[in-house]
Design a protein around this ligand. Structure first.
Ligand code: AMP
Length: 581
């Protein structure tokens, strides 16, 4: 048997380890998650903490917790953690050592070799530092590959055919775009561009600003001085952003968000996807500017690109896909998990070096686009049958998506909903797979909003609902076998694909370090101690919040109520984080 070489994505925010074993690709989970937060810390007993536990203590103990060490790789600096200082290589080595242990636990034997990914823009010094980190962790880095190359490998099993792929990678805090050339078994980055300070965190900030302004204008309160309120807004904004990736509206409901003249203030507002898109369009425009630069650096134009791959959590924002589709006239691909495809590509490269055969990474996706029709224009011509896609082809299953439409005439009490399968902008050129009417709509002016939701499951069953937004009046239909155009043999392949997909997620219990209840209490108690030490520094409002949470946390510890402990630890950590930053 050939020696197993692991594949590692050593990321700024999260890191992952993957492996190919008997032709089967697995991203290895630790404590139920494939993402290991790239945080390293020291506990108050001077024990080393890596991942979630280190991340959890960051708010309370930033002086002995390190995050985003990747940004310092290759620099001649030392970072302080507790009483001592360390090189970036040493901190990265701690993360690598943890990933090595996770892989060893999963495989049941020791591992000594790895393929590690690095950003395409990493200099020789940064690459050398990464190699040294591997050495320190007891891993021989048999090859270092560029992250976009790894992403391309996770999609392209056949490297013989000549193709040019664009990898668009938008994460929480960084953006990169690369043009990758695939020819005769050589996969190489031919140009790369990006912005180290652009990502989903900026999108969150726009929503936070919007909420702060709303509270100022509508309630006359300024919440920016309250860390507790701001921490809640940060969390609510990120949740709303994720909701808007699948739904046309997000409701933001935060009770008792603040107080005015002794009266509680509740935040209740609806954010519309269109408004959110207007907030972030300049950021997306900036990314397209980088796309343009990467293309001209490669001396190519948009039409030279064969395939666009989406990498990074923020590519789930629909506007990203739409803008790329408009620019390139083709659907971008995101069927391999955008957070895991880099680690998968590293493992595929590792297996190839080790001489193992790798079957393609396959996930179950819809091969067709599904949508409805509306009044609109096709090539400037008026039509009542403009196709409006809702679920795009190549989306992993199961999937639920909603879009909002509006009635076109005053007093319209009936809406006819047609559902199509296909890609043509003219709905009549697609296959109509279902239709129904919603009757009894409110007698109002044109513009009455109807939300159409499509839910497609792994068995090809499509549930469709149309709901009048203002009244909740709803009609639903189920359309069976919408993917049944599969031949029987294709169905078998699809089943195998699904099995393979789930096998990737099947290693729930690879962990050997599940935290015990006792440890959680210990963490909570340390946090209380820390918060008590900071009460003096806090303003009156924060102090009152902190005292209340400490009280609730003590009661939860007393009652051994794990959920309440976790909730209060989270709230208290958020406040401390704000006070310290
Ligand atoms: P990454 O650095 O690739 O892990 O990406 C993290 C970023 O992706 C964060 O800003 C997340 O809020 C964002 N993200 C994750 N899921 C979604 C989603 N469904 N819609 C929009 N943004 C998302």
């Amino acid at each position: 048997m050939s020696e197993i070489i692991i594949g590692i994505d050593l990321g700024t925010t999260n890191s992952e380890v993957a492996v190919v074993q008997d032709g089967q690709l697995t991203v290895i989970k630790d404590q139920g998650s494939a993402l290991l937060p790239s945080f390293v810390g020291l506990s108050d007993n001077n024990e080393i903490l890596v991942g979630e536990t280190a991340k959890n203590q960051y708010a309370a103990y930033p002086e002995r917790t390190i995050k985003s060490i990747k940004r310092s790789m290759g620099e001649d600096v030392q970072v302080v953690m507790g009483e001592q200082s360390y090189t970036p290589q040493e901190i990265s080595a701690v993360i690598l050592k943890r990933l090595k242990a996770i892989a060893e636990q999963h495989l049941g034997h020791s591992v000594t070799k790895a393929v590690i990914t690095v950003p395409a823009y990493f200099s020789d010094t940064q690459r050398q530092a990464t190699r040294e980190a591997g050495d320190i962790a007891g891993l021989e880095v048999v090859r270092m590959i560029n992250e976009p190359t790894a992403a391309a490998l996770s999609y392209e099993s056949d490297q013989k055919t000549h193709r040019r792929v664009m990898v668009y990678d938008l994460g929480g805090g960084t953006f990169d775009v690369s043009v990758v050339n695939i020819e005769n078994d050589v996969v190489e980055v031919i140009s790369s561009h990006g912005n180290n300070h652009l990502g989903g965190d900026d999108f969150d900030q726009k929503i936070i600003d919007f909420l702060v302004d709303h509270l100022k204008e509508k309630q006359g309160i300024d919440v920016e001085s309250s860390s507790k309120t701001m921490a809640r807004l940060v969390r609510a904004a990120e949740i709303a952003k994720r909701t808007l990736s699948d739904q046309p509206f997000a409701h933001i409901e935060e009770e008792y968000i603040a107080e005015k003249d002794g009266q509680p203030i509740h935040l209740s507002i609806e954010l519309d996807r269109k408004n959110f898109e207007a907030m972030i369009e300049d950021y997306i425009e900036d990314t397209l500017e980088s796309v343009h630069i990467a293309l001209s650096d490669a001396q190519l134009t948009a039409s030279d690109i064969d395939k666009i791959l989406l990498v990074g959590g923020s590519t789930r924002v629909p506007l990203v896909r739409e803008c790329l589709q408009k620019k390139f006239g083709m659907e971008p691909h995101s069927e391999v998990h955008p957070d895991l495809c880099v680690a998968m590509g590293a493992a595929i490269q590792a297996a190839m070096i080790g001489g193992a055969k790798v079957s393609t990474v396959l996930v179950d996706v819809t091969p067709y686009t599904y949508g409805t029709s509306a009044i609109g224009h096709i090539n400037g011509e008026y039509t009542p049958f403009m196709y409006c896609p809702i679920i795009h082809k190549n989306t992993p299953l199961p999937v639920s998506k909603s879009e909002v439409f509006a009635t076109s005439s005053d007093g319209q009490e009936v809406a006819e909903i047609n559902i199509y399968q296909g890609e043509d902008p003219d709905a009549l050129n697609n296959i109509e797979i279902g239709k129904f009417t919603v009757e009894g709509l409110k007698d109002v002016e044109a513009g009455n909003r109807i939300v159409i939701s499509l839910n497609l499951d792994l068995n090809g069953v499509l549930n469709v609902s149309a709901k009048e937004k203002d009244t909740g009046l709803e009609k639903t239909i189920t359309i069976e076998n919408v993917i049944s155009r599969f031949e029987e043999a294709q169905l078998d392949t699809a089943r195998d694909r699904i099995d393979a997909f789930f096998a990737i997620n099947a290693d729930e219990d690879a962990s050997d370090i599940a935290p015990t209840g006792k440890d959680e209490h210990h963490e909570a108690r340390s946090l209380i101690e820390k918060a008590q030490g900071m009460l003096e520094k806090a303003n009156n409002e924060d102090r009152e919040d902190m005292v209340n949470i400490i009280e609730a946390l003590n009661a939860a510890i007393e009652a051994e109520d794990t959920q309440k402990i976790a909730e209060n630890v989270e709230q208290l950590s958020d406040i401390l984080y704000y006070l310290e930053n």
